[in-house]
Design a protein around this ligand. Structure first.
Ligand code: DP6
Length: 345
């Protein structure tokens, strides 16, 4: 007999960035972060988890190719999920003994892996939820976020739709370092994002090692985590509560720039943005100055691709301009920009 469950998990793009760990094993961050979850109709990981006595051992495939399932992060998630299943089985002897069966995990992304498009976030979120569904765990999304965080920090935010905060917590065991919903997608359903793919290649410096180098060497970083981010988290929550796009946009752009400044302040410096990224920034500035108010906000993760947030009623002035002007310009891989809605999970 084969037991099976499937799930989708969406991509989330941080507007207040996670960059720095205080515990690299548990992925405990040096600061809280906040993200917008994108519509899973556009960018998502689909994962099926199954278990059976017929399987020889645990296995994982991504986009059809075999992956190493023995990595510490994947194993940490698996161990947590199996422990929760075992507890269920111990409390109810009628349940099938799934915790001890080999697992087969099959995952598929509909976007380029490791191109700075937050693939590990959707990937680990889907991984954890698919197994939690298979095991019929009663865990809440916040409880699952604690597990997904151990796979990849940003993954904890992909267990919710809409506007999501990852509270850094202060406990050593990480039990309070979890994601919570700040507002559901319906609260500000006009929010849109367009992703401008400057390069779909794998990034040079992974976020995992990049942020460790920043923590170890950047002096700007200390100021960022002590004062800048805590203040911005509060301001961002207020901007979202008030649906104040100008405030949301200003904080989003400042925080992206602050994060990339700490990268440049790292020894040796880390460059995620390139000339194409900088062209996107100038485009957003131009769009905003032509509109006479802030209607677009850029943000960049650990790669050159821009994510531009705007509201649906400004679609023509923002996404339209990007698609017509940059869509076929050299350096951009065609008009890859998609309008993505803030999503429910
Ligand atoms: C720049 O979550 O990929 O996208 O915890 O080591 O897996 P690990 O790092 P990861 O880092 C994401 C960094 C970021 C900012 C963000 O998503 O908040």
């Amino acid at each position: 007999k084969v037991y099976r469950a499937s799930t989708f998990a969406p991509v989330n793009i941080a507007v207040i960035k996670y960059w720095g760990k205080r515990d690299a094993k548990l992925n405990l961050p040096t600061n809280s972060s906040l993200s917008v979850t994108l519509s899973q109709d556009d960018l998502r990981t689909h994962t099926t988890a199954s278990c059976s006595t017929q399987y020889p051992k645990d296995s994982l495939t991504l986009n059809g190719s075999d992956q190493d399932i023995s990595g510490a992060r994947t194993q940490a998630c698996l161990a947590e999920l199996r422990t929760l299943r075992r507890q269920l089985e111990e409390s109810d002897s009628s349940l099938p003994r799934l915790a001890s069966l080999p697992l087969k995990i099959v995952s598929r992304n509909n976007f380029p892996t490791a191109a700075g498009l937050a693939s590990s976030a959707a990937g680990f979120a889907a991984f954890v939820r698919a197994i939690a569904n298979l095991y019929e765990l009663k865990s809440t999304p916040t409880e699952l976020s604690r597990i997904a965080r151990q796979g990849s920090g940003s993954a904890c935010r992909s267990l919710f739709g809409g506007y999501v905060a990852w509270q850094m917590g202060d406990k050593k065991d990480g039990s309070d370092s979890v994601a919570v919903e700040v507002a559901p997608a319906e609260h500000w359903s006009d929010m849109r994002a367009v992703i401008l793919v400057a390069s779909a290649e794998k990034k040079d410096v992974s976020s995992t090692s990049g942020m460790q180098q920043t923590v170890a060497t950047s002096t700007l970083f200390a100021e960022r985590i002590a004062n800048t981010v805590p203040r911005r988290m509060q301001e961002m929550e207020k901007a979202i509560a008030d649906k104040d796009f100008a405030a949301f946009a200003s904080l989003t752009m400042k925080d992206s720039n602050s994060f990339h400044a700490t990268c440049l302040d790292t020894e040796p410096p880390i460059f995620y943005m390139n000339d194409t990224s900088r062209a996107a920034i100038r485009m957003v500035d131009m769009i905003n100055s032509e509109a006479g108010k802030t209607i677009a906000a850029y943000t960049f993760d650990a790669g050159p691709n821009a994510v531009v947030y705007y509201q649906a009623h400004d679609e023509a002035k923002v996404a339209g301009v990007f698609k017509s002007v940059l869509g076929d310009k050299e350096g951009w891989e065609g008009a890859r920009g998609k309008s993505v809605e803030a999503a429910n999970t």
